[in-house]
Design a protein around this ligand. Structure first.
Ligand SMILES: O=c1[nH]cnc2c1ncn2[C@H]1C[C@H](O)[C@@H](CO)O1
Ligand SMILES: [Zn+2]
Length: 339
């Protein structure tokens, strides 16, 4: 079937890594921002990784231009709205859009202003398109724990007002999760759902730390889980969900090749896996493409894609009311396509 029509969920989507070159140029023109080029195709080379990307650290160099263009209230609203417009075209029925508020304070915005502007763009997008959208606030690994505690405080302030969770992202190889233990303990205290990037650019011990010591209910990527058979059992037992992003995982060299991606292995072992985009611009992908990869490279059948979407639904950080609404919508739409 045409997988664009397949109802989908994306739980792992970075806002700054998903702004299209066209939107970047629009914002640059609006706000007089100097870009290395105003040619859409040439700009693509600056914001998209090449096949020969060596590791996560190199992948992370591609976010500079979008950061430059995401510093004003208007630009933040605009990219958030555009994100919902874009993903609604791929029949995404629910998305959790994540961003790191501190990255958008270079022109003096406060982190709570960053959050309220992104939320207002998401809300407008929700009103205009058939996609439910919520936000996850990111603590950056290279930021101080004091700054990350402030992110948790802001998340608590906006909890159930558009924000549904918190995350830890950035350079995993050089900043292990336990540096931010105090920040995530605070998140636990506030009952803010936690997801953490782990086992992407470092070993399975980070997944253990994220779950056992930092309270993560979901793991961003978790590619290297299989290194530790006891941890595999723990993840199953605790019903932890993995947010896998195949294209990004190949590009950051979290896996050596497409063939060695563990998504089917984890799925067959009964681990709760989900499929996501990570960064549609940096990774040059979209969610339809990621679902297609599951079929074409890993042999998933449509019923299994539906199961994966329901894994995403079950692991979504929205409240129960919204979850039930979403479940009805998905069930109805799957019925229409005979699933
Ligand atoms: O896959 C990722 N792993 C770790 N960090 C990431 C990944 N994708 C994006 N980021 C970082 C770079 C962005 O600037 C930041 C906030 O979205 O999060
Ligand atoms: Zn990510």
């Amino acid at each position: 079937m045409n997988l664009q029509l397949f109802p989908k969920i994306d739980l792992h989507y970075h806002l700054d890594g998903s702004v299209s070159p066209v939107t970047l140029i629009e914002i640059a023109l609006q706000e007089n921002i100097q870009l290395p080029t105003m040619n859409v195709d040439k700009l693509r080379e600056y914001v998209q990784v090449e096949e020969e990307c060596r590791n996560l650290a190199e992948y992370l160099t591609k976010f500079e231009i979008s950061k430059k263009c995401m510093q004003s209230p208007r630009a933040l609203k605009q990219v958030a709205y555009k994100a919902i417009e874009d993903v609604s075209k791929q029949n995404v029925r629910y998305i959790e859009v994540r961003f790191a508020p501190y990255l958008h304070t270079e022109q003096g915005l406060r982190i709570d202003e960053v959050v309220s502007n992104v939320l207002s763009g998401l809300k407008e997008g929700e009103n205009d398109f058939a996609t439910m959208a919520r936000a996850i606030l990111i603590c950056m690994r290279n930021d101080s724990v004091e700054k990350n505690i402030e992110i948790i405080e802001v998340a608590a302030k906006f909890l159930d007002k558009g924000v549904v969770g918190v995350d830890l992202a950035g350079d995993e190889a050089n900043f292990p999760p336990d540096l931010n233990k105090d920040a995530f303990n605070l998140a636990k205290k506030y009952n803010i759902p936690i997801t953490i990037h782990a086992g992407e650019a470092a070993g399975s011990e980070n997944i253990y730390d994220a779950v056992v010591n930092l309270g993560a209910k979901r793991i961003g990527h978790g590619i290297r889980l299989k290194e530790d058979p006891h941890l595999v059992e723990l993840i199953k037992e605790k019903k932890i969900t993995l947010e896998l992003c195949p294209t990004s995982n190949v590009q950051t060299k979290a896996v050596d090749s497409w063939e060695s991606h563990p998504i089917k292995y984890y799925f067959d072992k009964g681990i709760l896996v989900t499929v996501n985009t990570d960064n549609t611009t940096v990774s040059n992908t979209n969610i339809t493409n990621e679902y297609r990869i599951l079929v074409e490279r890993y042999g998933f059948i449509l019923d299994e894609l539906k199961e994966i979407t329901f894994n995403s639904l079950n692991a979504a950080f929205i409240n129960n009311n919204d979850k039930q609404k979403l479940k009805k919508i998905l069930e109805k739409e799957y019925k229409i396509i005979g699933l």
